[in-house]
Design a protein around this ligand. Structure first.
Ligand code: DOR
Ligand code: ZN
Length: 346
């Protein structure tokens, strides 16, 4: 039985950090585990220009605690809108600090109201991204209210993603936080330009977790958890060694009061134990030998960034997750609050 595992320091290829005091509360969890993270731009107002991304990056670096000052690099993104111009895309690429452009279909999720209403309006921006080699990061769900919430990813593949990658064959696309067997199959069969991130919570839970003994707001995220057969497909994809699949936590902090609410926010906070949770999944699947590539190599290679050079060590040791964390004058209920996890950072 394996008791410790040393990995090249991992990266988080999909992270919500928020801003201000909220960011200060959550940033150390990520910066103490990961070398880099792709920072989601869905703030209010959204990060739609390179200047905004530069300023946000400066705020993140300033919020790092002294002992983590030099060890963490935020990889910034722009928020695609109907009005994103090709010149803004070129500026973003030339800045060297923007590593992707995020497509939120308008209304799909938290702070997506400024998102894209019709991808046809973004063709000039997408052409520019393809030309300057800046990846598109996709929240892959349709917003059509006639489509069942559990089918929105599958319908997105058929209606939006397939035509998109057919039209822009050299555009690099990350299908974010995939949740279905359909998405796994689609990504495997697509060209090398297409990859996918997978969260720890979609690997650990199926949709029963939303209703276990009552409604569980802390298990509500978007895309929503799916049935067990889809979770099994995600585990096979993550642990299978295919370089198209990599870690992206989608750790998304919301205050306890905004989660435990008649209209609770979507998002699961996993940054406090992100790498430990992935280790648990790979351990349960008897695939710990595949963990390093999934969390430390595949994403870096896809983003055409160097792999990290330092290491972290995890030990097989039980520990209990806090019941709640402090969060800018409110509380934050972490994933697996009060539960035992089996891997711990040394
Ligand atoms: O559950 C989610 N929370 N999904 C998203 O796409 C956005 C995120 C957030 O920002 O809270
Ligand atoms: Zn997200």
């Amino acid at each position: 039985m394996i008791h410790t595992i040393t990995l090249t320091r991992p990266d988080d290829w999909h992270l919500h950090l928020r801003d201000g005091d909220q960011m200060r509360a959550v940033l150390p969890y990520t910066a103490s585990r990961f070398a880099r993270a792709i920072i989601m731009p869905n703030l209010r107002p959204p990060i739609v220009t390179t200047d905004m991304a530069l300023a946000y990056r400066t705020r993140i670096l300033a919020a790092l605690p002294p002992d983590l000052q030099s060890g963490f690099e935020p990889l910034m993104t722009l928020y695609l809108t109907d009005h994103t111009s090709p010149s803004e895309i070129i500026r973003a690429k030339e800045s060297g600090i923007v590593h992707g452009v995020k497509l939120y279909p308008a209304g799909a999720t938290t702070h997506s109201d400024a998102g894209v209403t019709d991808l046809a309006r973004c063709h000039a921006a997408l052409e520019a991204m393809q030309k300057v080699n800046l990846p598109l990061l996709v929240h892959g769900e349709v917003t059509d209210p006639a489509v069942d919430v559990f089918d929105r990813e599958k319908v997105f593949i058929d209606r939006v993603l397939s035509p998109l990658i057919w039209h822009f064959q050299n555009l690099r696309v990350v299908f974010e936080h995939i949740t279905t067997r359909d998405a796994v199959t689609f990504v495997k069969e697509a060209s090398r330009q297409v990859a996918a991130s997978i969260t720890a919570h979609h690997l650990l839970l199926n949709r029963n977790a939303i209703f276990q003994g009552g409604i569980r707001p802390h298990h509500f995220c978007l895309p929503v958890l799916k049935r067990e057969s889809h979770r099994q497909a995600l585990i096979e994809a993550a642990t299978g060694g295919n370089p198209k699949f990599f870690s992206g936590t989608d750790s998304a902090p919301h205050s306890q009061s905004n989660k435990e609410n008649a209209c609770g926010c979507a998002g699961i906070f996993t940054a406090h134990a992100a790498i430990e949770l992935y280790a648990q999944v790979f351990d349960q699947a008897n695939a710990l030998d595949k963990l390093e590539a999934f969390v430390s190599f595949h994403g870096a290679d896809f983003y055409q960034l160097p792999r990290n050079r330092d290491h972290i060590t995890l030990g097989k040791e039980n520990w209990i997750v806090s019941e709640r964390l402090t969060f800018a004058g409110d509380s934050l209920i972490p994933f697996c609050a009060g539960e035992i996890l089996t891997w711990k950072i040394a």
